[in-house]
Design a binder for this molecule. Sequence first.
Ligand code: FES
Length: 504
Amino acid sequence: MSPFVQIELLPLGKVLRVKRGTPLPDALFAQGVEFPCGGRGRCRGCKIKVLAGSLPITAEEKRKLSPAELDAGWRLACRGRAEGDLKIELAQWEAAILTDHSALDFTPQPGWGLAVDLGTTTLVAQLVDRQTGSVLGVRTALNAQAQHGADIMSRIEFALDGSHQGVLEHLTRQQIGALAADLLAERAADARPLESVIVVGNTAMHHLFCGLSLEPLALYPFEPASPGRQQFDAAQLGWDLPGNPPVQFLPCLGGFVGSDILAGLLATRLPQSERLAALIDLGTNGEIVVGNRERLLCASTAAGPAFEGARIAMGMRAATGAIAGVRVQNGRLQCRVLGNAAPRGICGSGLVDAVAAGLSLGWIRPNGRLANGDSLPLAGPVALNQRDVRELQLAKGAIAAGLRILLEQWGATKADLSQVFLAGAFGNYINHASARRIGLLDFPADQVRPAGNSALLGAKLALFDPPGHDHDYAAIRAKIRHVSLNEDERFQEIFAEEMLFPPD
Ligand code: FES
C-alpha cells in the first residue's frame, strides 16, 4: 500500500499528494480553507462534500450535520483524515459566488419568478416577487457537474467520452430543481404561484441542460447545432413544482457565447446604446461583445484560469492569508493580505497587482521575463515564478487580442469605446489601474464599469416579460454576429503581441 494518497479539490481541480493519515486541516489550510472554530467541530464552517472516497462519520458530525447532509456526503473537514484517495468539494467556495441585488426596471406581473445563472463552476438562483421586484430568496451552489471536470472543455470531453452527457444533464436538472423546491419551501407560508423560470448560461451549459448534443461544440467550427431558446415545463425536467411552471433557457449568441452574455446585454442595455461600448466577462473562458444599437460583434477566447488564481504556483482563492492587493511604496512592495493573517498564497486580483507592481519597478520586463532570477518574492513565503507570470500573460493576451480583433472588425479603435462593462466576480474585484498597467484593460478608470452578476440581472429582467411577449431576443440575435477568433488568420500574431506588457 502506497504511503501517499491523493486529495482532489473541486471546483479548483487541484490535486494534493499527502501522506496517508494526514489530518485534513493540515492539507487544506494551505489551500485557503478556513477553520472558524479552530477545528473543534463546533461551527460547521469547514463543511466539505465527499464526492469520491470515504470519510467515516464522527460523533461531532452526527451532532452538527443533519442526516440528509450526512447522506449527501457532507462532512466536517476538521474531523477527517486522508486515509485513502478523496475527491471533495469545498463549501466555503460558495460564499464567493456573486449574486445580484441591483434595482430593477420592470412592469409588474402576477406571481413569482425564478432566475437562474448556470455557470460552469457555480450557480445562483433567485426567487423574485414579480409584483414588487423584490428578491425573496437566494441559493448559491457549486455546479454539481464540476466533479466531472473543472472547465468547459473537460466537461464536453467527459460528456462525449462513453456517452456521459445524460449524467451531466441529470445532475444539472436535479440540482436546479432541488434549489427551486428549497426556495419555495422556505417561503411556503406566503406562497404565490411560480409563473416563470428563466435559466441562462454559456453554450455548453445550455446544451447540457436542454439535452442537446454537445458534439458540434467539440468539432471545428465549434458552432452550436441548436442555439435557440428552449422551453419546457417543470415536469418535463423531472421537477415536482406547484403549478408546473414554464421553464425557459434563453438562446445562445454563437460559438461558446451563450445566454449569460445575452442576459448581460439585457442588463447593461448595450444593444440600446447610441455610442460604442463593450461587455467583457473575464473568466477561464473570456467572452467579449462590442457594439451599439446598430450592430454587435461577439467572441469567446480561452483565457485559462489565471484570473481565478488557478495554475499559479501559490495561487489560492480570495480567503484568509491570500495576498489580494500589491502596491509599490518607496520602491518596495506592500502586500495586502486578507483576514489580518500571515500570507499563504495569492488570489487573482493580487496576481494582477503584483505583476503591475513588478513592471513599475523594472523587476518584470515587458516581455514577461523576471529581471532578477527566477522568483519575485512578495511577502512571507509567497513569491511569483516565471511560469506564473506567463500564465497571466496568456490570460491577458487572449482577452486583449479578442477585444482588438472585434474592434478592428467593427471598424473602430479602443478610443471609440465610451464604456467597458466588466461582468463576473473577477471583473468586480480587479484593480483597474493594475489591469491597465499590464495591458489587460487599457482604458481610463472612468470608462470601466463593473457590471456585477449581469447574467443573473438579465435573467431576472426576463422574468417580467408579459405572456406572449418577450425581450426582443430575436432582434438582438439578428443584430449580433459571432466572430470565430480561430478563423482570423492574424489571431496568433495579435495574441503574441498582446502577451507583451506595455513598456513604462
Ligand atoms: S472548523 Fe468549526 S466545525 Fe470544523
